[in-house]
Design a protein around this ligand. Structure first.
Ligand code: HEM
Length: 456
């Protein structure tokens, strides 16, 4: 639906001026822009982007609740993720809406069920141990690239079932370059402003396509190899094998084209986000000695993961990797008392909701204790994975992986604390990352001798 047909007079106020400037501020100064708008207009405001889109940004959990509980037919998410289409493909679960989205999501959900994650724990720990063992001692370095290598290898092994180190290496390099090509917000703005279809080789999208080609080739190779082996092999528990045997109510499975788009989606959505969340957690930990100390004691005692889980939740609160989600209204709706016309987008702001002092007293403080005990924030107050029928498919996977990787880091590496200023937030594609990649110094590395005492 074209936003230009829309009557905008009933929308909450927001920054005026040329829409291209608003888009530039939104992309280049993401967190500052949200905070500045919040200060000036309050928790709910309207922005107009150069793509012709009008977005009501809502730092209000009551509005998030209405949006997440709304009918999926009325509130489309696919349109909001359209910038990802040239990479993920049109059949990605992130881009579909309505019955097609539900079908695809149902087919993909079972392998991501919470309990199943335990099967992947051993692989996750083995990968984390191997990478942490290579960290330098006594010299500052950025932890983000190592976290990316860890989460990428975990996805390749658990989702794709790739085991051979040379195949992992073959995919890792182009994948890294593909992601780095969207690292600079200015380049991202260029991508937004230029057409992806029919892109020339030296154009911004042409470069992205060139980097995608080897990743695509490997994905197709992997699908073909599994099909040739006759679908599901009972000895394999990787997610691709499970997806190959998934059937909808009509007995139909996923086509190769659907599988390609879903694997690319899992690869992108699944590793970059988790790596960034891990880097932010470490960035916060080394600046909060009290929390780091309490966490070390819990890990050493090996009796519980309560404080570790609370630390992960607090890191995802204070530094949410995905700052917001977006839904486009397919018909006029009243949300949060606002009469919103069809075509307008509503975006529950994860970033702003997580910083509300009425929910999180002293919101800037990194305090995992907020997530211990009875009185913990509700589903619409802590929402790093979005919500409703579109809630992140990999949320259990990500939380489990973060627990294992951080447990490994705390066991093996003695992290030095620092009084350096907090790293500013930088946009990387649709995520907010630490500008310097989470700088750390390791005082000592302890080699792995015995397995973890507590079953994380
Ligand atoms: C800390 C790590 C992660 C964060 C912060 C995160 C965040 C999100 C968010 C905010 C959404 C959009 C939800 C909405 O629109 O309401 C989403 C969707 C999604 N995520 Fe994640 N994610 C993470 C890890 C993962 C992992 C590990 C996977 C898979 C292996 C994954 C797969 C997906 C998929 C497939 C969707 C689309 C769901 C749908 O549209 O039905 N994510 N994620």
């Amino acid at each position: 639906m074209a936003a230009t047909e829309v009557d905008l007079s009933s929308l909450p106020p927001g920054p005026g001026g040329p829409s291209v400037l608003t888009a530039a501020r939104f992309l280049l100064r993401g967190s500052h822009f949200l905070e500045a708008c919040h200060e000036r207009y309050g928790p709910v405001f309207t922005i107009r982007l150069n793509t012709g889109r009008t977005v009501v940004i809502a730092g209000d959990p009551a509005i998030a609740k209405e949006v997440f509980q709304g009918r999926p037919d009325d509130l489309h998410a696919g349109a909001g993720n359209v910038i990802l289409k040239p990479i993920l493909g049109g059949r990605s679960v992130l881009l579909l809406d309505g019955p097609e989205h539900l079908r695809q999501r149902r087919l993909m959900l079972p392998p991501f069920h919470g309990e199943r994650m335990r099967a992947y724990g051993e692989t996750m720990r083995e990968v984390a141990e191997r990478h942490v063992a290579t960290w330098p001692v006594g010299r500052a370095f950025s932890v983000h690239p190592s976290m990316q290598a860890i989460t990428l290898e975990i996805i390749l092994r658990t989702v794709f079932g790739v085991e051979e180190p040379e195949r992992i290496e073959r995919l890792a390099e182009p994948m890294k370059r593909l992601l780095n090509s969207t690292d600079q917000p200015l380049r991202l703005l260029l991508l937004q402003l230029t057409r992806s279809a029919g892109a020339k080789p030296r154009s911004p999208w042409g470069r992205v396509y060139a980097l995608m080609a080897p990743v695509d080739a490997l994905i197709h190779e992997q699908i073909a190899a599994r099909r040739a082996a006759g679908g599901q092999d009972p000895d394999r528990d990787d997610i691709l094998s499970l997806l190959l045997s998934a059937r909808d109510e009509d007995g139909e499975g996923l086509t190769d084209a659907e599988l390609r788009d879903e694997l690319m989606t899992l690869l992108l959505a699944g590793h970059e986000t988790t790596a960034t969340a891990l880097a932010w957690t470490i960035e916060r930990l080394v600046r909060t000695p009290r929390v780091l100390q309490r966490l070390r004691e819990e890990v050493e005692a090996g009796e519980s993961t309560d404080y570790l889980d609370a630390t992960i939740k607090e890191a995802l609160r204070l530094r949410p990797v995905v700052p917001g989600v977006i839904r486009q209204l397919q018909r006029p709706l009243t949300i949060g008392g606002m009469h919103l016309p069809a075509g307008v987008n509503v975006a529950p702001s994860i970033y702003l909701i997580h910083r509300r002092p009425d929910i999180y007293p002293e919101p800037q403080a990194f305090r995992p204790e907020r997530f211990l005990g009875e009185d913990v924030p509700s589903t619409y107050e802590w929402l790093p994975f979005g919500g409703g029928i579109r809630r992140c498919l990999g949320a259990s996977f990500a939380l489990y992986e973060m627990r294992i990787v951080l447990d490994t880091v705390l066991r093996r590496a003695t992290l030095e604390t620092t009084d350096a200023a907090a790293e500013p937030v930088k946009r990387r594609f649709v995520t907010f990352t630490p500008r310097d990649g989470g700088r750390v110094r390791v005082a000592q590395l302890t080699p792995a001798q015995q397995p973890a005492r507590v079953a994380v």
